[in-house]
Design a protein around this ligand. Structure first.
Ligand SMILES: Cc1cc2nc3c(=O)[nH]c(=O)nc-3n(C[C@H](O)[C@H](O)[C@H](O)COP(=O)(O)OP(=O)(O)OC[C@H]3O[C@@H](n4cnc5c(N)ncnc54)[C@H](O)[C@@H]3O)c2cc1C
Ligand SMILES: *[C@@H]1O[C@H](CO)[C@@H](O)[C@H](O)[C@H]1NC(C)=O
Ligand SMILES: *[C@@H]1O[C@H](CO)[C@@H](O)[C@H](O)[C@H]1NC(C)=O
Length: 612
């Protein structure tokens, strides 16, 4: 489907808001101009050699660049393929408008046989940030740390990564601005670079959500502290009503450090490895049509994310020998790069209607008073996390004993049919026949949805090269719902049934909530509301929650892992990987803050090695 530009610009409500966006722009630029934490400058000349080169300025890379340049005599070059953030990416309420723009790599998976069946060619959309701040610029800003057991499980094979080991690093980054949460000092911190706070705007719906959870036997709690199981209003990585990306948090305040050079629109082609010593010596990258090769005296840290870190390693000769051989890439280390791909697959299309005016609609989000209120007071709907008002972690009958939930919910006062759906259809590639039959009749009405999300998938996918051209997108095959026992689908079916039960609690009845019970196109052959019906619905409207992880797995055995517990690539000197790709198992929650924690931790490991 081509960009629906004609349709967007034919849309009256967008034009009606135009003067307000102009005003917003004026306020915004004056604010930017005076902001003590103004934007970074782009390096255009390069030294022959730096102490460290960090590749990728995303959630992890921005942190690493910051912490390494705390050492006065370390020169650091940070390479980022994308440019700077935009005024649109700053507004939390516009989070859903960022995908498939020029700050997104706009990846798609290969066709899936048992998932994403409602989307064109059975391909799932995989947004990834291509911008300073990486995916922390595209994300929905939910602040979550995962479960204690996740880290204790990592630590079985990776000393130093238990929950007790990583907790101080979560706290180190944090500047928690909600006193009722910050007061819990065992788990929370203030004064760090990363601003964390609840969104200013909420609708009464979120009260129904929390109350409904209580009716179902769950507590309203801070799910980032003593226990995870429960319901909460999310804290967000936001500051004064605007997005607090890692570029804003970790790079802007230190942009004047003389030993930090940040180069944007710089695509790393490969890491140069000396075949004799098996040591990473330099990074080759492209900027403005020119190729540069810059040496690293001490180390190169690859923080290009779960899709691009394995791609870059493979382009550099690190990966499965036969796969690299088929592209004529000389082998430097035979490692399982690109294996172990995991993602939090979810059901994204479940709709509940209501008779109260609380849903996201164009009139409610893009009117002139709303935009002015945002500009002047940093208040109102545009501070909401794209409508994400609540989060919860629950246990299905398959969950292990104790506090280790297997389903997470994102509670959103919006659905695929909120607004006219134009951006949404373009973003997701939902099939026209499905859109027209199921969602079109709901456009701009009051709705909400629960997105049941599978926290610990058993299915494993792969990232592979499509070509040895660094500009070519890699081949992404998440292999959703392919685990032998079918537990991924079974667990998500339980999560879906719980969502339906939650919608029937007294709290939700009071807002006139009702499940939209039209049969999903393609699932007509199943008896409605049986497990098989829900399974069909899930296989059709499968949605990535964009928490991909695991493709440069951390572990002690080079047969199954790419990096060791110090995040050093097995068998290669002077090279580490640090980002979500190192997670042996994806954490049981959103992945931005864990990626930031990984950046904090690897920086200390690097300092521990070189500063003695
Ligand atoms: C739409 C969306 C919504 C999300 N919502 C949430 C949420 O609400 N809460 C949450 O916690 N998490 C959320 N996530 C997930 C979270 O944002 C990511 O897991 C996290 O940002 C990943 O961090 P990373 O450091 O691994 O990679 P990234 O942040 O993606 O960083 C990788 C960086 O490397 C750059 N790069 C890649 N290749 C090259 C190259 N060859 N040369 C130079 N640079 C390169 C990229 O441009 C990018 O800037 C969301 C993600 C998306 C996309
Ligand atoms: C690094 O920055 C410090 C100031 O913070 C400066 O004194 C020092 O000379 C710089 N070192 C290099 C190698 O440029
Ligand atoms: C601005 O936002 C605040 C907080 O959400 C709200 O109380 C107020 O009514 C809004 N004002 C306008 C004009 O929308």
């Amino acid at each position: 489907m081509p960009p629906p530009a004609a349709q967007i610009f034919g849309n009256l409500s967008v034009w009606a808001s135009f003067p307000a966006f102009v005003l917003y722009y004026l306020f915004y630029s004056s604010f930017e101009f005076n902001d003590p934490e103004g934007r970074v400058t782009d390096t255009t000349t390069f030294l022959n050699e730096y102490d460290f080169i960090v590749i990728g300025a995303g959630s992890t890379g921005a942190v690493v660049a910051n912490r390494l340049t705390e050492v006065d005599d370390w020169k650091v070059l940070l390479l980022e393929a994308g440019g700077d953030e935009t005024i649109v990416s700053d507004v939390p309420g516009l989070a859903h408008h960022l995908q498939r723009t020029n700050i997104d790599w706009s990846y798609k998976t290969v066709p899936q046989s048992g998932a994403c069946l409602a989307f064109n060619d059975n391909r799932c959309i995989w947004p990834r940030g291509k911008v300073l701040g990486g995916s922390s610029v595209l994300n929905y800003m939910v602040y979550a740390r995962g479960n204690k057991n996740d880290y204790d499980q990592w630590a079985l094979d990776n000393p130093g990564w238990s929950y007790d080991d990583v907790l101080p690093y979560f706290i180190k980054s944090e500047d928690n601005r909600n006193p009722y949460i910050a007061a819990n000092k065992k788990y929370h911190g203030t004064g760090g670079y990363l601003t964390v706070q609840e969104p200013e705007y909420k609708t009464p719906l979120v009260t129904a959500f929390i109350q409904g959870g209580v009716e179902m036997g769950y507590e309203n709690r801070d799910c980032n502290a003593e226990k995870q199981t429960g319901f909460m209003i999310p804290q967000a990585t936001s500051r004064r009503g605007a997005r607090c990306s890692t570029a804003k948090a970790f790079l802007r305040p230190i942009r004047k450090r003389p030993n930090l050079s940040i180069s944007m629109r710089s695509l790393a082609h490969r890491i140069v490895i000396d075949p004799a010593t098996k040591r990473a010596t330099a990074a080759r990258f492209e900027k403005g049509g020119k190729i540069y090769q810059v040496k690293a005296k001490k180390e190169i840290i690859v923080s290009a994310g779960t899709v691009n870190s394995p791609q870059l390693l493979m382009l550099s000769g690190i990966g499965h020998a036969d796969h690299l051989g088929s592209f004529g890439i000389p082998l430097m280390a035979d490692l399982p790069v690109g294996d172990n791909l995991q993602d939090h697959i979810a059901l994204g299309g479940m709709v509940f209607r209501m008779d109260q005016p609380f849903g996201v609609t164009e009139a409610r989000y893009y009117s002139i008073p709303v935009i002015l209120n945002y500009t002047i007071n940093a208040a109102g709907p545009l501070t909401s996390l794209g409508g994400t008002e609540g989060v919860a972690w629950i246990k299905t009958k398959y969950a292990p004993e104790g506090d280790w939930p297997d389903i997470q919910y994102h509670f959103v006062s919006a659905t695929p049919a909120s607004e006219s759906g134009l951006f949404f259809r373009y973003n997701t590639g939902v099939r026209d026949d499905i859109w027209n039959a199921y969602y079109q009749p709901l456009v701009n009405t009051d709705m909400w949805q629960l997105i049941p999300t599978l926290l610990r998938p058993l299915s494993r996918g792969t990232i592979r090269l499509a070509s040895n051209d660094p500009h070519a997108a890699p081949v992404i095959d998440p292999k959703y719902f392919t685990d032998d026992a079918g537990m991924d689908l079974k667990t998500l079916i339980e999560g879906t049934k719980f969502a339906l039960a939650l919608s029937k609690t007294e709290a939700f009845r009071q807002v006139g909530s009702k499940f939209y019970d039209k049969i999903f196109p393609g699932c007509e052959n199943f008896t409605p509301w049986t497990d098989d019906y829900w399974g069909c619905f899930i296989r059709h409207y499968s949605t990535a929650i964009y928490h991909m992880a695991g493709t440069c797995k951390m572990g002690s055995d080079p047969a199954t892992a790419v990096v060791d517990s110090k995040l050093k690539v097995h068998g290669i000197g002077g090279l580490r990987v640090a980002d979500c790709s190192i997670m042996p198992n994806v954490v049981s929650g959103n992945t931005n803050v864990p990626a930031i924690m990984i950046g904090e931790k690897v920086s200390d490991m690097i300092k521990a090695l070189w500063l003695i």
